[in-house]
Design a binder for this molecule. Structure first.
Ligand code: FAD
Length: 311
């Protein structure tokens, strides 16, 4: 860790351990850029970078990553839930801008208190809004794109303002290219009551019973051909297997948890063991940074003033 400095446009820049930004609590150092304005973001994107959201779908190497790691902060992590009078009509409401760096759990709780529906199905997903939009995170009870009206996306060629119809989004996929950054969104919500929204959230939350409550990046593997990956790992006798500080959760075998002091190496050793022991090919659910086949290619762009494109 080094002392913080300021970039030309005023972004706070500091070498920090990435472990603190992930739900697994694992990951070495990188140069972290805390960007609060579009101008700072353009500067941060002028060299190879990665965008880090809630860190809830990542296993980051113990060596960290060589690229800049961008975190949305300040106004890009704030929410304006005031209904836009020009776009809202009857029970259908469109909010002001909600930053990509806003934590999703707090947003979902706030919407429940206001009695506003459409995002109830995303309850319990420990993401940031930008990361959840990029993956179209969700459950069988609903997903991010159920509640999106407008997306603002920073691309290497400039800032774009899009409607969901402009994107080929689908199951756990927004259609937004890797390295393009979801900076802000406007939400499309349904007026309801706090009680009704809570009832839907409770239904979605009930499906999480049995998931471990410890530090984890969520499910390790996708379900191959409709069979539960957790069941396959359990049948291979691996539930409760421990390497260093990492454990295949006794509650649910498709979760690897950090008992405290786990390294990325420990997690990789468990992932390798599972792949060896389970008879069918398994595809990772989370991303590895810097990653082999499934990691994120770092992005580059040239710094330039952005024109807002409306499509
Ligand atoms: C306990 C637990 C439960 C979970 N349950 C669910 C679930 O029910 N449903 C589900 O879909 N997922 C679930 N997940 C997985 C995870 O929360 C989602 O994949 C989520 O979309 C990741 O968002 P994030 O902000 O944490 O992104 P990160 O983990 O920080 O990053 C993941 C990817 O998104 C990119 N990204 C991050 N922010 C942005 C941005 N602003 N713009 C563009 N790209 C960005 C990153 O570069 C990276 O490629 C769960 C995870 C955990 C730990």
């Amino acid at each position: 860790m080094t002392a913080a400095s300021e970039s030309q446009t005023g972004a706070r820049v500091q070498r920090l351990p990435l472990a603190r930004f992930t739900t697994l609590g694992v990951g070495g150092e990188a140069e972290v850029w805390f960007v609060a304005t579009h101008e700072q973001l353009a500067e941060a994107m002028s060299a190879p970078y990665r965008i880090l959201g809630g860190g809830s779908n990542l296993v980051i190497a113990d060596e960290g990553v060589p690229e800049r790691v961008i975190r949305l902060s300040g106004p890009l992590a704030e929410r304006d839930l005031t209904p836009d009078p020009d776009l809202s009509e009857g029970d259908a409401l469109v909010t002001g801008w909600v930053g990509g760096g806003v934590p999703l759990p707090g947003l979902v709780r706030a919407l429940q208190k206001l009695g506003l529906g459409n995002l109830e199905g995303t309850v319990g997903i420990p993401a940031q809004v930008g990361g959840a939009v990029w993956m179209n995170a969700g459950t069988r009870y609903g997903e991010m794109f159920d509640g999106l009206h407008t997306l603002e996306i920073a691309t290497p060629d400039g800032l774009q303002v899009l409607s969901p119809d402009d994107l080929r989004w689908g199951y756990r996929n927004s259609g937004i290219p890797r390295g393009h950054i979801v900076t802000r969104v406007r939400l499309k919500l349904q007026r309801s009551t706090p009680e009704e929204v809570l009832a839907k959230m409770t239904l979605a939350d009930t499906a999480r019973k049995g998931q471990p409550k410890m530090k984890t990046p969520g499910c390790a593997f996708k379900n191959p051909g409709g069979v539960g990956a957790g069941r396959l790992i359990d049948e291979a006798g691996l539930k409760g297997t421990r390497v260093g500080g990492a454990l295949i959760a006794p509650e649910h075998a498709n979760f690897i948890v950090n008992l405290g002091g786990a390294t990325a190496g420990d997690v990789h050793a468990l992932l390798d063991l599972i792949r060896q022991r389970v008879g069918v090919p398994l595809e990772l659910e989370y991303e590895l940074w810097p990653g082999g086949a499934q990691g994120q290619a770092a992005s580059t762009s040239t710094s330039r003033p952005w024109a807002v494109e409306r499509q």
